[in-house]
Design a protein around this ligand. Structure first.
Ligand SMILES: Cc1cc2nc3c(=O)[nH]c(=O)nc-3n(C[C@H](O)[C@H](O)[C@H](O)COP(=O)(O)OP(=O)(O)OC[C@H]3O[C@@H](n4cnc5c(N)ncnc54)[C@H](O)[C@@H]3O)c2cc1C
Length: 314
């Protein structure tokens, strides 16, 4: 379904992110996770995209499998790094033929490939990719006359490559002006960073739904990996202290991480967040536990969910 229709029908969306595993065993485990999470009726699920050639095919394969074998609506990530225009065009054509409704357009993490040179990429920034998808949409090659719905990334605490936060907001605005329908944020642990980001977007004239990225800490190794992947994200002392108290108790640590993320989500819902995107790390337990803590059987928030006009707020 086009993302504009999803936001039009839901005051708040709940969604999950998966990454394509490299081994067949891990793929089977992920598929079990997906089946465990399917009854939670997320409004969409997204699938990350890697730098290497084979991982990229895995993104497509996972998206197609989710689309054809489950009731879930998959959104593939697509990145600028290491791509030529003709390749992106071919990828879009294939997704369009398969009826995939939306794409998350990203700059992409710099690949650890020897000799990689960003200047050789045809698309230097995510805004260029958004512009290209928009042009593709206008060509009428997609079964939906609007073409693909387009998402982009946002960074409540700032993106490390652009320390000038005013300039960074200009770059985000360029992505939205180029045709993005919504923003999904990097994970964060202080909701006030997200609220401030939302306000700064509003001041900049960015008027598309902003979906908050949430990832519970479930292990110390996971914490280190998160710090590595989510460059710029701060880890508040309150969270670190709580984790430190149970550092020798893995189950207690998981409970603390899930409790913290649940509190974050409760507060986001109270503050009328437009969507919460759960970084699942291909596991279902933490997400299911958070739903239980929120008193949710599934993603249909019911009662208070008044459909809003697209683009009418965050
Ligand atoms: C929700 C989400 C999902 C992600 N999924 C993936 C994934 O699947 N695969 C992956 O590899 N990575 C993924 N990432 C990581 C992301 O690709 C990197 O953090 C990347 O460095 C930034 O991506 P972007 O889309 O914001 O890029 P861009 O918008 O291109 O921005 C990257 C940097 O360039 C700066 N910039 C933008 N435009 C200009 C300009 N015109 N001139 C100068 N500087 C400019 C920005 O301020 C920023 O610092 C994800 C991140 C998020 C938040």
């Amino acid at each position: 379904m086009h993302i504009q229709d999803i936001f039009a029908a839901n005051a708040t969306t709940l969604s999950f992110e998966f990454f394509p595993p490299k081994s067949p065993d891990a793929f089977d485990a992920l598929y079990r996770t997906i089946l465990e999470l399917e009854p939670y009726l997320p409004h969409f699920v997204s699938v990350t995209y890697g730098a290497g050639g084979s991982t990229r095919e895995l993104t497509h394969d996972l998206v197609l499998r989710i689309k054809t074998q489950t009731e879930l609506d998959p959104i593939p990530h697509l990145t600028c790094v290491c791509h030529k225009t003709a390749e992106i065009d071919e990828i879009l054509r294939r997704y369009a033929r398969e009826g995939v409704g939306n794409i998350l357009a990203l700059g992409g993490d710099p690949p650890r490939i020897p000799g990689y040179c960003k200047a050789d990429d045809d698309f230097q920034h995510a805004a260029d990719l958004v512009r290209f998808i928009r042009k593709f949409n206008e060509s009428g090659a997609h079964p939906d006359r609007r073409g693909f719905g387009i998402g982009v990334a946002g960074f409540p605490e700032g993106h490390p490559a652009t320390p000038n936060r005013i300039l960074e907001m200009d770059h985000l605005k360029q992505k939205v002006d180029a045709g993005a329908d919504y923003i999904v944020t990097q994970l964060f642990f202080e909701n006030r960073d997200f609220y401030d980001f939302r306000e700064r977007c509003q001041l900049a004239g960015i008027d598309v739904p902003i979906v908050a990225g949430v990832m519970p800490v479930t292990s110390l190794s996971g914490l280190k990996r998160m710090a590595d992947l989510a460059g710029g994200a701060r880890f508040p002392a309150k969270l670190l202290r709580a984790l430190q108290r149970c550092q020798d108790d893995p189950e207690g640590l998981t409970r603390v991480g899930i409790h913290y993320a649940s509190e974050q989500c409760l507060d986001l819902l109270e503050n009328k967040v437009r969507g919460i995107h759960f970084y699942t790390l291909n596991r279902s337990d933490a997400t299911r536990q958070i739903y239980a803590n929120l008193g949710l059987k599934n993603s249909r928030l019911g009662g208070g969910a008044t459909p809003k006009k697209v683009g009418s707020g965050k």
